[in-house]
Design a protein around this ligand. Structure first.
Ligand code: TMP
Ligand code: ASP
Length: 240
């Protein structure tokens, strides 16, 4: 497998073509960004840490029967994934009220939710990822009713798999964001989990102290961002 030209540079990852049209290389950079690109920095070692945490999570999800784009860990900063046509919405599940939900409804951060809450957001930095509902998605053509059902079902399923895994490591899975797409080799088939699952796109709190172990450390200038990402890796048993 040969690495070819750069296809897309996101806020934290760069995607490269390969000699196989069905496979891409995802390169995890040290860049960290928040508030839709308004706050940017470089954190040494973040790329390697996130690449490895993501590979571990994707492996656990695949083992539990969740379809993902992940193919293989290639090296410290790169993973091989299936080429996908992505749906332009973000899927969030929350177990505990935090972040934008706490702000939107005036509810204290840390309020436990009786059951997980699902939210859709339109993927658009320019519009600051606005919250949207199933009617917006269907009527405006961002996804079909079948795709909406699949995204909701898989995102909840991911919670059922990951919440106990993190709990076993003394970590509360507060919320997380997932993105989905259709693999290039099966464009009409069921949706597959794409993008990543790392401390950049979820909230992880120490189950005893409530200490934040995720990107809120960067958003809120709490310091020790990478040290805490590495602590997550250590606790779940990811070798760094
Ligand atoms: P929020 O509280 O800002 O709506 O975010 C909920 C969770 O989803 C949080 O863990 C961060 C993650 N998320 C992203 O990583 N990127 C996004 O664009 C959005 C909207 C959420
Ligand atoms: N909206 C998310 C955040 O505030 C993602 C991002 O903008 O990078 O962190």
């Amino acid at each position: 497998m040969e690495k070819r030209q750069e296809l897309y540079k996101g806020k934290a990852k760069t995607v490269y073509a390969t000699d196989d049209a069905q496979r891409l290389i995802m390169h995890y950079r040290d860049d960290v960004s928040a508030f839709d690109g308004a706050k940017l920095a470089k954190l040494e070692g973040k790329g390697e840490t996130n690449n490895r945490i993501n590979a571990w999570v994707m492996g656990k999800l695949a083992a539990a029967g969740v379809p993902t784009h992940f193919v293989a860990l290639l090296n410290e900063r790169e993973s091989l994934v299936k080429a996908m046509k992505m749906v332009p919405v973000e899927c969030v599940v929350r177990n505990v009220c935090a972040g934008s939900m706490a702000k939107r409804y005036g509810i204290a951060e840390g309020t436990k939710l009786a059951e997980p809450i699902f939210e859709f957001f339109l993927k658009s930095d320019a519009l600051h990822d606005p919250l949207c509902n199933e009617d917006h998605i269907r009527v405006l053509g961002w996804a079909t009713p079948r795709e909406i059902d699949e995204m909701k079902a898989i995102t909840h399923r991911v919670n059922a798999v990951l919440k106990p895994l993190f709990a076993g490591a003394g970590i509360d899975l507060v919320d997380y964001k997932l993105e989905f797409g259709h693999p290039a080799d099966d464009p009409q088939g069921p949706l597959v989990l794409g993008d990543e699952f790392t401390p950049d796109g979820c909230r992880l709190w120490d189950a005893t102290t409530g200490e934040k172990l995720d990107k809120d450390r960067f958003r809120r200038d709490l310091g020790g961002v990478i040290e805490h990402y590495r602590e997550v890796a250590r606790r779940i048993g990811v070798p760094l």
